[in-house]
Design a protein around this ligand. Sequence first.
Ligand code: MG
Length: 170
Amino acid sequence: MLSPKVVKLLNEQINKELYSAYLYLDMSNFYADKNLKGFANWYYVQTQEETAHAMIFRNYLLREGYKVELGAIDKPNVEFKELVDPLKEAYKHELYVTSTIHDIYAAAQEEKDFRTMSFVDWFIKEQAEEEDNANDLIQKFEMFGQDMKALYLLDADLGARVFTPPTLVI
Ligand code: MG
C-alpha cells in the first residue's frame, strides 16, 4: 500500500519530469536558433530522457494500482541571453529535481514504504549523474567557450550524444 501523500508526490513528479522535458526543449530551441546544433542536440536528448523519466513514474503508479493524474505543464519562464545561461539554469534545475526526488524518498521512508524507497533509489543515483553532467558542461564552457575553435569542437562533441532509454523499466 502506498500512502495518499506518496501517491500525490509521485503524481506531481510526473509533472516535474515533463516540465523538465519542456524546459530542455526550450534550451534546445535556443541553441538551434544560434546554429549550435551540438548543444541543441544535447538538450533534445535531455528532453527525451526526461520524458522517459515521467513514464517510469506513471508506470510505477499504474503497476501499483493507483490513478495517474496529469496536471498542466508550465511554460518555461527563463529568458536566455548568454550562451552559458541554459547550462547554468540546467544545473540549478537538476538540483531542484534532486530535492523533489529526495522528498519522495523521505515520505516513503516515513511510511515504511520499502517498495517506493527501492523504486526511487534508481532516481537518486540518476540525479547524481545528472548534476555531474550539468556541472561538467558549465566547467567545459567556462574553460573553452570564449574560444571559437574550442566552441566548435565542444559543439561537435555534444552533437554525438544519442538517446539511450533509461536502464530502469517498469
Ligand atoms: Mg529527470
